[in-house]
Ligand binder design. Structure first.
Ligand code: G3H
Ligand code: 13P
Ligand code: ZN
Length: 309
């Protein structure tokens, strides 16, 4: 199986009401853990590489490992640039085998966001590469009260029509990292905003960034190991499940993989003080990532048995 763009994946996800997991990768073990999980569950998947991951491992290293993993397992997969911050970076990825790119100009005034997104779409379309863009700000929890940070439904429609993007990342209450909601503040997702966009442009693929649930069981184990994650809080699984079943086609998950990998490493090191062979501790990371992805696919995304290969 070779890599494909996200268009057909999203069409099916919309029709059959599930979401595709988009997992951030930065090394071979993560890629293998995710591929194995998707192979075993027959789930489609998006591997995504951020600018930071590219700096760490190199674009070519990561994209080639993804290609090998997809060839070996035969899974249905896309290779996506996460939070591309310039036309040049998007072009570089489009020219080098990525099947999907995100241009994130959400911090710019809307007219500039539209302009740069149009340029990326124009370049990507010729090569059959999908484009995701973002509207609104994924702000930290202190700024949730400011409504202007959320995606404005009317603006979203104008943006989609003008740019001809393939999917839109919406700001509806989530943020990146392990601290999504202030302590004692009830977690929420602005389903009303999602609903409004859906009513205006039915079935347009919407993307949820910051879709980690920050499993409290993992947090309490990490706290016991001395990791300072007090008050870490993610999006409750029930809300994510509802989002996947209703309108969200793609869920971006990075933090939950980091947390599970880190806990696996902590556990390994505490019970194997002499375990110097990197294969032994990287293997435990690979297994924990695989299990986390399987839990996401079965418990939240609903993408099990949805791969078309
Ligand atoms: O959206 C951001 C992702 O979590 C990637 O994080 O830039 O540290 O690789 P990173
Ligand atoms: P999390 O930090 O919730 O995993 O979100 C990751 C993300 O949105 C990557 O683009
Ligand atoms: Zn993101």
């Amino acid at each position: 199986m070779s890599l494909a763009n996200t268009n057909a994946m999203f069409r099916r996800a919309n029709e059959q009401k599930y979401a595709i997991g988009a997992f951030n990768v930065c090394n071979m073990e993560l890629i293998q853990g995710i591929s194995k999980a998707c192979f075993e569950t027959k789930s489609p998947v998006i591997f995504q590489i951020s600018a930071g991951a590219k700096r760490y491992a190199g674009r070519k290293f990561l994209s080639e490992i993804v290609k090998i993993a997809v060839e070996e397992t035969g899974i249905e997969a896309a290779l996506h640039l996460d939070h591309g911050n310039s036309l040049e970076l998007c072009k570089e990825c489009i020219d080098n085998g990525f099947t999907s790119v995100m241009i994130d100009a959400s911090h710019l005034p809307i007219s500039e966001n539209i302009q740069i997104t149009q340029q990326v779409v124009e370049y990507a379309q010729e090569k059959n590469v999908s484009v995701e863009a973002e509207l609104g700000q994924l702000v930290s929890y202190e700024n949730h009260k400011n409504d202007s940070n959320y995606t404005d439904p009317e603006q979203a429609c104008e943006f989609i029509l003008k740019t001809k993007i393939n999917s839109l990342a919406v700001a509806v209450g989530t943020s990146h990292g392990a601290y999504k909601f202030k302590n004692k503040v009830q977690p929420f997702l602005r389903f009303d905003i999602i609903e409004k966009i859906r009513n205006m442009i039915p079935d347009f693929p919407l993307v949820l960034h910051g879709a980690s649930s920050v499993d409290q069981n993992i947090i309490s184990q990490l706290l016991d190991y001395g990791t300072d994650l007090r008050n870490a809080k993610g999006v409750p699984e029930g809300m994510l499940k509802k989002a996947a079943k209703t309108a969200i086609c793609k869920m971006n998950i990075d933090t939950d993989l980091r947390l599970s990998a880190f806990l696996a490493l902590k556990k390994f090191l505490s019970s194997n003080p002499n375990g110097t062979d990197p294969r032994s501790y990287f293997e435990t990371i690979r297994d924990s990532v695989k299990n986390t992805v399987i839990r996401k696919i079965k418990g939240i995304l609903g993408s099990e048995n949805k791969a078309v290969v």
